[in-house]
Ligand binder design. Structure first.
Ligand SMILES: Cc1cc2c(cc1C)N(C[C@H](O)[C@H](O)[C@H](O)COP(=O)(O)O)c1[nH]c(=O)[nH]c(=O)c1N2
Length: 219
């Protein structure tokens, strides 16, 4: 059995605790192909229901494509702003919630719900397990990127149609995540939303239930 040494374990936790969602700190430096390949290989080694591997990765480098996606963000974000009220709205509007143009590379992670056929081991009861599998690939990608000192920002304030149209994604393929990748000037030591007073991390004790669900308060 392959054993993880203490130093290796520490590195894994260090990567997990120092991973951040990055929007404003991207540098233009190119990500070398071998580094990108390692990150994508890590994503491709995520767990998947029935070993379905439903993901694909669309790599975005073109300025023109990024501009289209940015326009899509601007529209979706204007819609989003109307959903917040008062002080919260002002606070929301002041946040930078994407780095589409600044990041040298964008990656759209998708889910092919038809891959390997209609009956998939483990997805027979809950059909959404394929979507969850693609999200596992996103997390692997995010952590591998952090281990390479590369920042990732997930941009979900985008309509799926914009991703379908701009990236030529077939109708039956579901866009799961649009991720901005690049080297960064810095990684925050805590989530930016926490730093800016949007929300705090919940305490561990408030989310653990022993044996059965217990009502707990969440601030
Ligand atoms: C599914 C999903 C979707 C989004 C995000 C995350 C996830 C998991 N996050 C990033 C999110 O705000 C961030 O993860 C949390 O605030 C915690 O911060 P760290 O990731 O620990 O830095 C995010 N951030 C942002 O600025 N714009 C966005 O559209 C999104 N969308």
């Amino acid at each position: 059995m392959l054993k993880i040494t203490q130093a290796e374990r520490d590195a894994v936790y260090k990567t997990i605790f120092n991973r951040r969602d990055v929007r404003a700190e991207f540098k233009p430096d190119t990500i070398p192909d071998d580094v990108l390949k390692r990150i994508l290989t890590a994503a491709h080694h995520a767990p998947s229901v029935g070993f379905m591997q439903p993901w694909d990765f669309v790599i975005v480098r073109s300025e023109q494509t990024k501009q289209k996606l940015k326009q899509g963000f601007i529209q979706a974000n204007a819609e989003a702003e109307t959903l917040f009220e008062g002080e919260r709205k002002a606070q929301y509007s002041a946040l930078k919630l994407e780095g589409i143009l600044e990041a040298p590379i964008g990656i759209c992670v998708t889910c092919d719900r038809t891959r390997t056929g209609p009956v998939v081991l483990g997805r027979t009861t809950n059909l959404d397990m394929d979507l969850y599998s693609s999200v596992c690939a996103v997390q692997n990608l995010w952590l591998a990127a952090r281990a390479e000192n590369i920042g990732v920002g997930w941009v979900s304030i985008l309509h799926d149609e914009v991703l379908h149209q701009t990236l030529g994604i077939p109708e039956h393929i579901v866009p799961i995540a649009y991720l901005c990748l690049g080297y960064v000037s810095k990684f925050y030591d805590q989530p930016e939303l926490e730093k800016r007073g949007w929300l705090k991390r919940q305490s561990l004790s408030s989310i653990i239930h022993e044996g059965q669900w217990q009502a707990k308060s969440h601030k």
